[in-house]
Design a protein around this ligand. Structure first.
Ligand code: ADP
Length: 479
């Protein structure tokens, strides 16, 4: 069977069994065409509970393996993902819409978390603390937290899964996963490869279906000790609340509203290249996409002219078409939101210098807006579309105040050369991630996460595994 057909499952995986029958189904479409590409079971509370039970049964034997044994199995999963980069990317593009080259990049990025955490599994070090009494010895152990529930979004159908399941499995936990209903097939394909890699049954359970029913079952369960979620702040806050009675540990990677600052002494070409990379990747649908561009008055006109030129060269099209740089948005509501943000800027005195219009279906022109002022919706809300609003500023203090004028704090970017200014601005901006003279900040080796309403916890890096571990200390009286 060709790889793509073997990996494409219209089913769920619970306790090592593929569930291929259901009372109700969810249709999944291709955002580039609107065509239904397949369907997945619409499961609910009973199956969500069965997944927890399977994970609970599977975890002890997995946690009892040596870290090296777990690492070797995870490494095989990594190798299989990379060996199937092309068919996985095709499935991802078909359900999500992003250009095939970006989808391949995402598969490699997704795999990198499995590789990284397979390595980190072996470095979960404890501590020996000098005793507080002559006869006391204190030892700190780190142990897997327990069953982990993961709920993931549609904008990175592969990477948002592996950066949760990678550290959870490396730490010795078992997992239950609900992928986004728009993009379940990439998750299911990763689960096929996990099975082939020899990850024992019950350690990865994939349940598609009613988000509310599954989320309620998992948050209410005392067996689930950790919930890791990437998605909107609204749903994140709800899951936080639902997790309170069982005092779960939470990782929440929520909305962003990334500022992108260009100071007068910046390299203008580098700043334009960074803005293109940061703003228009995945058609603007990432939580670290530049959402608001602030440009100092001395460089403003040069930056705007070059950005408009670069945006004019971006190729919009179906993800599978060679050379496509901007694919469709995920659904009609996303197109309407981009349009609403553009219309609000125009109504309040701003100007469109590039794009500004829908292109039919779920496509929207890459857009540049100038004359944007505080009070416009686009500066407050995450657009999640290919629209760049530009605000002119005069001073460093003004730029910092504008950048921090948001309830979110995930990523921020700025371009400048002066070393003192670089330090001052980097320290003053309230966000978890700062790109300095770069528009690309995602890597498995760095801690990704936000402050303020952007969330809790960090994913990736050596910090990423800590969220899946509990600390236990042993206090010994040696007589
Ligand atoms: P987005 O705007 O990116 O779709 P959401 O927060 O709506 O963000 O969705 C992210 C994930 O959360 C998806 O898997 C979605 O199905 C899930 N989700 C949505 N509503 C709930 C809920 N009430 N409980 C649990 N999960 C939910």
């Amino acid at each position: 069977m060709p790889d793509e057909a073997r990996l494409f499952r219209e089913a769920c995986l619970i306790d090592g069994r593929w569930i291929e029958t259901a009372d109700a189904w969810i249709d999944v479409d291709n955002p580039a065409t609107g065509e239904v590409i397949g369907r997945v079971p619409k499961l609910g509370a009973a199956e969500a509970q069965a997944a927890i039970d399977a994970a609970e049964r599977a975890m002890p034997a997995w946690a009892a393996l040596t870290a090296k044994e777990r690492a070797n199995i995870l490494r095989r999963w990594y190798d299989l993902i990379m060996a199937h980069q092309e068919p996985l990317a095709r499935i991802l593009t078909r359900e999500q819409g992003k250009p095939l080259a970006e989808a391949k990049g995402e598969i490699a990025y997704a795999a990198s978390f499995i590789e990284w955490f397979a390595e980190e599994a072996k470095r979960v070090y404890g501590e020996v603390i000098p005793g507080h009494l002559a006869n006391a010895r204190i030892v700190v152990l780190k142990q897997p937290i327990g069953v982990v529930a993961a709920i993931t979004p549609w904008n990175f159908p592969a990477a948002m899964i592996t950066r949760k399941l990678g550290p959870a499995l490396a730490a010795g936990c078992a997992t239950v996963l609900k992928p986004a209903s728009q993009t379940p097939f990439t998750a299911l394909a990763l689960a096929v490869l996990a099975e082939e890699a020899g990850i024992p049954k019950g350690l990865i359970n994939v349940v598609t279906g009613s988000a509310a029913a599954i989320g309620e079952t998992w948050t209410a369960s005392p067996v689930v000790r950790k919930l890791t979620f990437t998605g909107s702040t609204e749903i994140g806050a709800k899951l936080y609340e639902q997790s309170a009675p069982t005092i779960k540990k939470l990782s929440l990677e929520l909305g962003g509203n990334a500022p992108f600052l260009v100071f007068d002494d910046a390299d203008v070409d580098a700043a334009v290249a960074g803005a293109i990379a940061s703003k228009y990747r995945n058609a603007g649908q990432t939580c670290v996409c530049a959402n608001r561009l602030y440009v100092q008055s001395g460089i403003h006109d040069a930056f705007v002219a070059k950005l408009v030129e670069a945006v004019g060269r971006l190729k919009v099209g179906k993800g599978e078409e060679e050379g496509t740089q901007i694919g469709p948005l995920i659904d009609e509501a996303a197109v309407a939101k981009a349009q609403e943000h553009v219309d609000d800027v125009l109504a309040k005195g701003g100007a469109v210098l590039a794009g500004g219009k829908p292109l039919g279906g779920r496509f929207f022109q890459p857009t540049v807006l100038t004359g944007v002022k505080p009070g416009m919706i686009i500066l407050k809300e995450e657009t999640f579309g290919p629209v760049a609003p530009i605000v002119k500023f005069e001073t460093e203090a003004e730029a910092i105040a504008l950048a921090n004028d948001s309830e979110f704090g995930l990523a921020a970017y700025f371009y400048a050369q002066n070393l003192g200014l670089v330090w001052r601005v980097a320290e003053a901006i309230e966000s978890g991630i700062i790109g300095i003279n770069t528009g690309i900040i995602s890597t498995e080796v760095a801690p990704f996460g936000g402050v303020k309403l952007s969330g809790l916890g960090r994913e990736g890096s050596r910090h990423g595994i800590e969220d899946y571990l509990e600390i236990k200390y042993l206090c010994m009286d040696i007589g």
